[in-house]
Design a protein around this ligand. Structure first.
Ligand code: HSE
Length: 332
C-alpha cells in the first residue's frame, strides 16, 4: 500500500510512529510515499520515505528540508497526480463546511484512491455523498478514527456485527467532557479540569468544540448515518454541552448516588429517527455510570444480541494513529 499523507500533526505522526514500530510485523506492506502539511511543507519519494526521517523533520517543523522536499504545493493537484493507493487525510476538523478536507477526500476518491481519515468534518457532513462516490469508483472510504479513536466502533458494526440491526445507540463520545466531569466530582474547578484536559492533548484546538457538545454531535451524526442508515444532518441533532453543569449540581448528584455524563443518543422510534447530545444524570444501574476519565463507551442495542457495550480510549496520538493503521490494513 502506497500512502499519501495530508496533514502531519498529532494523528499523522502517531500513525507514522506505528508504521515504524511495527515495520517487521507489517512486512513492510505500508510505504509512505508523500506527505504534505500546511505548516511544515512536504516531501515526495515514490520509492518510500523513511518514517524516522519524517518524524525527525517534524520535530524541527520542516518536512521541506528532506530530500525530495518542497515548501508549497497545490494540494488538490498533489493528491490527483501522486501515484499512491491510499490518501490518509488527517488535517484539522471543520464542522462548518468540512473544508479543506472535504475537497481533498473527494479529489482522492475521484482519482481512484482509497481514503482513510480521522477527520470528523467530511464524514459528519457528507457521508452519503462520499460513500456513494467511493462505491462508484470501486474504492474504499474508511473513517474508524472519527469515533472513539482506535477503539473499534464503526468497523465493529460494519464488519463484525454484520447481519445484526442496530436500533439504538447510547454513548459517551467525548473524552474531554468526561474527564472534566470526573475531575469536578473530585473537587477540581471547571477551569482547572479543562486546563488539564488541554495539557494532556485531549481537547479540540478550540475547546468549545468539546464543552458545547459539537464534537459529540459530529460523532453521533457519523454513527447515525454510517451504521443506522439515518441520513440526518447536524441541525437534526438536539445538542447541549456541559457548560451549564455547576459544582452544586455535581455535588447533589453524588449525594443521590448519581453522576452527570454527557450522553449521546440515537434511536429509531416508530419509523422516526431521533438523535441528541445532552448532559444526563445517570444512576449506578446505567452501563455508562462507570466509564471514567478520558475513556469513551457505546452501548449498541441490537436485534440479535441485546445490548453490546464497548469501552476504550476515545482520543490520543497513538490511539488515533492506530485507527488509521487498522483501516489501511482492512482495505481489500
Ligand atoms: N476532543 C476529542 C475528545 C478528541 O475529547 O474526545 C477526539 O475526537
Amino acid at each position: 500500500m502506497r500512502i499519501l499523507l495530508i496533514g502531519f500533526g498529532t494523528v499523522g505522526q502517531g500513525f507514522t510512529e506505528l508504521v515504524m514500530e511495527k515495520r517487521d510485523e507489517l512486512n513492510r506492506a505500508i510505504s509512505i510515499v508523500g506527505v504534505y502539511d500546511v505548516k511544515m511543507g512536504g516531501v515526495l519519494n515514490p520509492g518510500g520515505l523513511e518514517p524516522e526521517l519524517l518524524l525527525e523533520a517534524a520535530r524541527e517543523g520542516k518536512l521541506s528540508s528532506l530530500k525530495g522536499g518542497f515548501e508549497k504545493v497545490d494540494v488538490l493537484s498533489f493528491i490527483k497526480e501522486t501515484a499512491a493507493d491510499v490518501l490518509v487525510e488527517v488535517t484539522y476538523t471543520n464542522l462548518e463546511d468540512g473544508e479543506p478536507a472535504y475537497s481533498y477526500v473527494k479529489q482522492a476518491l475521484m482519482s481512484g484512491k482509497h481514503v482513510v481519515t480521522s477527520n470528523k468534518g467530511p464524514v459528519a457532513l457528507y457521508y452519503r455523498e462520499l460513500i456513494t462516490l467511493a462505491k462508484s469508483k470501486g474504492v474504499e472510504f474508511k473513517f474508524e478514527g472519527t469515533v472513539l479513536s482506535g477503539t473499534p466502533a464503526i468497523n465493529l458494526v460494519t464488519h463484525t456485527l454484520k447481519g445484526a440491526k442496530i436500533g439504538e445507540i447510547r454513548g459517551i463520545l467525548n473524552g474531554t467532557t468526561n474527564f472534566i466531569l470526573e475531575k469536578m466530582e473530585r473537587g477540581a474547578t471547571y477551569e482547572e479540569a479543562l486546563k488539564e484536559a488541554q495539557k494532556l492533548g485531549y481537547a479540540e484546538a478550540d475547546p468549545r468544540g468539546d464543552v458545547e457538545g459539537w464534537d459529540a454531535m459530529a460523532k453521533i451524526l457519523i454513527l447515525s448515518n454510517a451504521i443506522m442508515d439515518a441520513n440526518i444532518k447536524k441541525e437534526d441533532v438536539d445538542r447541549e454541552g456541559i457548560t451549564g453543569i455547576s459544582p452544586q449540581m455535581i455535588k447533589e448528584a453524588l449525594e443521590e448516588g448519581k453522576r452527570w455524563k454527557l450522553v449521546a443518543e440515537a434511536r429509531w422510534d416508530e419509523g422516526r429517527f431521533k438523535a441528541s447530545v445532552k448532559p444526563r444524570k445517570v444512576s449506578k444501574e446505567d452501563k455508562l455510570f462507570p466509564v471514567n476519565g478520558v475513556l469513551n463507551s457505546i452501548v449498541f442495542t441490537t436485534d440479535t444480541l441485546g445490548e453490546v457495550q464497548i469501552i476504550g480510549p476515545g482520543a490520543g496520538r497513538r490511539e488515533t494513529g492506530y485507527a488509521i493503521l487498522t483501516d489501511i490494513l482492512s482495505i481489500k
